[in-house]
Design a protein around this ligand. Structure first.
Ligand SMILES: [Cu+2]
Length: 281
């Protein structure tokens, strides 16, 4: 597919964004995803779900479409040691937010559930995946609701749409702070507003914040394939539909850093990979 048409559309989007938003940081006309030709992505879409013989199909046309499989990596991530008391704050700076949360609010950072399960850990296959995976048609969603982000930590496939909602009757200004992707900075003054954005390149993690409410914070992991998960309140996660292979699994936590482990799974195997995080480690 020709590059110029894509670039023209990209520049137009930036121009519209600049008019609509306070600032369009990063709209500098960078080339759009040069290493993943559209033809390869289209090919991936056509064969997604099939047990494709990935490696042998690689040719001058580009990398082969990635296969979906029936293996899984699952586990529980725990916090070891005394759980630090969460920092507390008040939302009194904004009447709407204060009404939604009249008392002290605990910062959503180190969230430990029953049996020491650590929530909000982004777990993904860091290496070992071959082939290309087109982004899913369905958008990921982040909602500004009750003056917090829902979800607080989430994952996306590069190129997937992100629907940004404001469910609050107050102004939010959602501001992404990527290093490899285009930034956005969008004022959303009206309840029910929606923007749709994309991150085109893999990047773990992208911080998202609100310029109006300093306590609002979220993190988005963008990967080149669909093999990621976020731990639930009890610290458990599951990465499913993996092809057989040997993988490096990385677990990321916003305050506790990252850890990696290697795992090998057969075609229909499900293997546990557990991580333990400690404060100050
Ligand atoms: Cu806000």
């Amino acid at each position: 597919m020709p590059g110029p048409a894509i670039r023209f559309r990209f520049v137009s989007v930036c121009a519209v964004t600049a008019l609509a938003a306070v600032l369009a940081a990063g709209c500098g006309g960078k080339d759009d995803d040069e290493d993943k030709p559209k033809s390869a992505r289209a090919k991936g879409a056509a064969t997604e779900g099939a047990a494709a013989p990935a490696a042998s199909a690689a040719s001058a046309a580009g990398p082969a479409a990635g296969a979906m499989g029936a293996a899984a990596v699952t586990g529980k991530i725990v916090f070891e040691g005394a759980v630090p008391a969460p920092e507390k704050f008040k939302m009194s700076a904004d009447a709407f937010c204060a009404k939604a949360h009249p008392g002290d609010v605990a910062k959503e950072e180190i969230v430990v559930g029953p049996d020491k399960g650590l929530a909000n850990v982004f777990v993904y296959v860091k290496s070992g995946i071959s082939g290309t995976y087109p982004p899913p048609a369905a958008a990921a969603v982040i909602d500004q609701r009750g003056c917090t982000y829902h979800p607080h930590v989430f994952g996306m496939v590069a190129g997937q749409s992100l629907d940004i909602l404001n469910s609050d009757d107050t102004l939010h200004n959602i501001h992404s702070l990527p290093e490899k992707n285009e930034s956005f900075n969008l004022g959303m003054p009206v309840k029910g507003m929606k923007y749709t954005k994309k991150f085109d390149k893999p990047e773990v993690m992208i911080h998202i914040k609100c310029d109006v409410h300093g306590w609002m914070s979220a993190y988005c992991g963008v990967v080149s394939h669909p093999f990621f998960a976020v731990t639930a309140a009890d610290g458990t996660y599951a990465i499913k539909d993996l092809p057989a292979g040997t993988y490096t699994i990385e677990a990321w936590h916003e305050k506790l850093g990252t850890q990696t482990q290697q795992v090998t799974v057969g075609a229909t195997e499900s293997k546990p990979v557990a991580f333990t995080f400690k404060a100050g480690a």
